[in-house]
Design a protein around this ligand. Structure first.
Ligand code: SF4
Length: 491
């Protein structure tokens, strides 16, 4: 625990962090930036949210951070009371008066705001937009959220040029580079575990696991709708134990079930017809919880990752009813490092599905040969982001040191995930080239992503004010500020 809980990188974060964060309950509000990060990550008691006028509200999608003039988030989807979901913008202010004090009421850029999110306020102001206070509705203490999210930024990594840290990082031997990435990765892992534990305190360990798995199945584009469906699991999984019935409910609730048959894909039409045969009988019961189709981001998604297909897979996991137990069994198995991915893939894989093994989506033509519903790449994402943090935090809370060490070992040794554009950009910027730093493990990749989040996201293309280069120099006992361009040319 000591290693993962508190290493030198964790101390760097607290030294250079967002500053002292006020504790919830002292009558002080958090910084607005932290409130935005809390909103963006929905670290909220989602079932307990109420507007100032007392109406319950459900956040179906928090929206996308807006970096231009105007409200803080664009394109959020919320349901107020039992009304139909509405789509619009979200403005975050510390108190209700910010709406007029900042002139939003007169600014045409703010006409699309559907909810003003605030820290606290007493009573609604007549004639204003709905106001949602967050005080007392966070899923973890403010200090814990500040540690995990306080540096969060929705900004993309700045321009692809070498950063100032390139020089000190380039002077480290590979073993020291690895040590640094590993320390940052441990912080990231601990934050993910903390998020799962916070949710478990509200909803139980099993529900926290399901929500984590669903979120991870949503990739970046569809995290929120998948999370919404997972939060409703205790209701829709009730009294239903066969995979097809669960697929019907999930597809129906998702709003992704086509209303029309294609008339060109006969076997796909046959499946859709079967789903509708069952769904039309249930639909009225679920009417107020069906997600609007507009909440999904389907453009540019590979067919193999389509949310319809992910829901079909989740239905099988839920129908089997033993996934948490299987994961615990996998965790206690004696496995060589080389067996980690394959053994978990076997644990998560389902036997064939008559329709989904041969179709990517509800509209696609039949595949020439059956395809698994889960690939090795997704297995790694699930392991690193959900399964290992979930198992680890339970061993920590259960004070089981032997199993905790197994979780840490597997996290540190897990083979690297697929490369992506953020990692490529970070390797160029921090290390001067794509091959200038080895990222042999998923943890090393996670460490690099954490440094980007903690430091790059809070600086600019010139790395102004960034303390990371000096922290690295001090830690490694380096002197001078020589440019890496002299010693470590781009690869
Ligand atoms: S912002 Fe900091 S961590 Fe990022 S590239 Fe620049 S010096 Fe490195």
């Amino acid at each position: 625990m000591a290693e993962f809980a508190d290493n030198f990188y964790a101390r760097w974060r607290s030294q250079t962090g967002p500053g002292p964060i006020l504790q919830e309950g002292r009558g002080d509000a958090p910084p607005e930036q932290l409130l935005q990060a809390i909103w963006q990550n929905q670290r909220l008691l989602v079932d307990q949210l109420r507007l100032l006028d007392g109406q319950p509200v459900r956040i179906l999608h928090p929206g996308f951070r807006n970096r231009e003039a105007g409200p803080d988030f664009r394109g959020a989807v919320v349901r107020i009371g039992s009304a139909l979901p509405i789509t619009g913008d979200i403005e975050i202010d510390l108190e209700p008066g910010g709406w007029t004090a900042h002139g939003h009421d007169q600014n045409p850029n703010f006409r699309g705001v559907i909810v003003q999110v605030i820290w606290s306020g007493d009573r609604p102001v007549a004639g204003t937009i709905p106001i949602l206070p967050l005080r007392g509705k966070l899923d973890a203490p403010l200090a814990e959220l500040a540690d995990g999210l306080g540096r969060e930024s929705a900004g993309d990594l700045v321009a692809a040029q070498q950063g100032r840290c390139c020089s000190p990082l380039g002077q480290l031997v590979p073993a020291r580079q690895g040590e640094l990435l590993q320390a940052a990765a441990q912080v990231r892992f601990r934050n993910k575990a903390g998020q799962l534990a916070a949710r478990a305190r509200q909803a139980g360990w099993e529900q926290a696991l399901w929500e984590g798995l669903f979120r991870a199945l949503g990739y970046k584009q569809n995290v929120w709708p998948l999370k919404q469906l997972a939060e409703l699991r205790p209701e829709w999984s009730r009294a239903t134990r066969d995979a097809f019935s669960l697929q019907v409910r999930l597809l129906g609730l998702s709003g992704l079930l086509p209303d029309q048959l294609s008339r060109t894909q006969k076997d796909a039409d046959g499946y859709i017809r079967q789903v509708w045969d069952q769904w039309w009988r249930e639909r009225d019961e679920w009417a107020d919880r069906i997600l609007p189709r507009s909440i999904w981001r389907l453009h540019g998604i590979r067919p193999a990752n389509h949310p319809q297909r992910r829901l079909a897979l989740a239905a099988h996991w839920l129908a089997a009813g033993d996934l948490p137990a299987k994961l615990e069994h996998w965790f206690t198995r004696n496995l060589r490092d080389s067996e980690l991915v394959h053994s978990l893939e076997e644990t998560l894989q389902i036997t064939q599905d008559e329709f989904w093994s041969r179709h990517w989506t509800l509209r696609s033509a039949p595949l020439a040969k059956p395809q698994p519903l889960l690939g090795a790449g997704r297995v790694t994402d699930l392991a690193i982001n959900v399964i290992l943090p979930w198992l680890w935090i339970r061993t920590v809370e259960g004070k089981n040191d032997a199993l905790r060490k197994i979780a840490e070992h597997r996290y540190c040794r897990w083979p690297a995930a697929e490369d992506n554009s953020v990692l490529r950009l970070a390797r160029r910027r921090l290390f001067g080239g794509l091959r200038a730093v080895p990222l042999p493990t998923a943890a090393a990749q996670q460490g690099l992503l954490q440094i980007v989040r903690d430091f790059c996201d809070h600086s600019n293309a010139l790395c102004e004010q960034c303390q990371f280069p000096q922290l690295v120099r001090d830690w490694a006992g380096l002197t001078g500020t020589g440019s890496v361009r002299e010693s470590n040319p781009p690869v």
